[in-house]
Design a protein around this ligand. Structure first.
Ligand code: NAD
Ligand code: ZN
Length: 283
């Protein structure tokens, strides 16, 4: 088969039709067409404001040391991410995944994005691997709350920060997973399960270099054996390798190291709708 774009799109459509359990991994590239910059690209948030990157590395320690001060500083933050990202709209890539889910051709989206756009588009089975900027989370009991349940400015005025968990009273932190913070157990376990169960993984708009998220295609492709797999099989792999299909404007380490079966080069907002259309012509 030649590698021209139309052939690759048909190939992906046919792989989706033939798969028993498809999951999609998505990353920052997926939302650039919705006007949300990535962190390290030419227009990236951190490229333009390197101080924010330094802060991000400090944030988890700051929260643990003094949750009240952490929240005071956060609410003083000049970058109004919540407003800017709250106005962003899903793009045709998000809508294509909604359609695949509705047609029962996609079991789950595991996203690194924290922007809530898959949910805003209408996808139901979404795992926010790195959390969600519109939620708060209790580190003690794991409970999550929509941010609008708390009037944070009012809590600050009344000197009642930090916001507290309504179940156990512990200080709440933004749901977003910071550097040095473990991936929440519920998220980590369902993602791991999906990587083991899937026979097709669509890796869309992620450079797949941020660990442990980047392990998921390795586990699915069986290039890295999961602990559970090893335990169950006593050293013999009991799962057949999943197909790994990348949709990315550029090759990634997964492409270069032969982890992915093939790369469809292009924008997720253009390629995914074409795959969905191609499926319609085949069934
Ligand atoms: P990344 O910035 O490392 O990689 C983005 C990838 O997408 C690159 O490989 C790039 O070639 C590709 N890309 C860019 N635009 C594309 C498009 N329209 N179509 C297809 N591919 C495109 O992103 P990452 O791998 O997700 O890692 C960044 C980390 O930063 C993640 O942990 C994420 O949580 C966080 N982040 C999230 C958002 C968001 O929620 N939208 C935005 C910035 C950063
Ligand atoms: Zn709690």
């Amino acid at each position: 088969m030649t590698n021209n774009l139309e052939d690759l799109i048909k190939r992906a459509a046919s792989d989706i039709i033939n798969a028993g359990h498809t999951v999609a991994l998505t990353g920052a590239g997926f939302s650039t067409e919705s006007g949300i910059p990535d962190f390290r690209g030419p227009d990236g948030l951190w490229t333009k404001n390197p101080e924010l990157e330094l802060k991000a590395y400090q944030a988890f320690k700051d929260f643990q040391r003094d949750p009240k001060q952490f929240w005071i500083d956060l609410l003083d933050e000049p970058v109004k991410i919540l407003q800017e990202w709250g106005d962003a709209e899903p793009n045709p890539g998000h809508l294509a995944l909604v359609e695949l889910e509705k047609k029962k051709r996609l079991k789950r989206i595991l996203t690194q994005n924290i922007d809530n756009l898959h949910q805003k588009a209408g996808s139901k089975k979404v795992v926010d691997y790195h959390g969600n900027i519109f939620k708060l989370r209790c580190l003690a009991c794991g409970k999550r709350y929509p941010i609008e349940k708390f009037n944070l400015d009012r809590l600050r005025e009344k000197e009642q920060l930090p916001p507290r968990c309504k179940s156990c009273g512990d200080p709440l932190k933004p749901d977003v997973v910071y550097f040095g913070e473990p991936i929440p157990a519920d998220v980590s376990s369902v993602s791991h399960e999906e990587a083991i169960k899937c026979d097709l993984m669509l890796v869309c708009g992620t450079s797949a270099v941020v660990f442990p998220f980047a392990e998921l295609p390795l586990i699915a492709s069986r290039k890295k054996r999961s602990t559970l797999d090893t335990f169950l099989s006593f050293g013999l792999s009991i799962h057949t390798p999943a197909k790994i299909v990348e949709i990315n404007s550029d090759p990634t380490p997964l492409t270069k190291e032969g982890i992915s079966d093939y790369l469809i080069p292009g924008k997720t907002g253009e390629i995914l709708p074409r795959i969905v259309e191609s499926i319609k012509t085949m069934v």
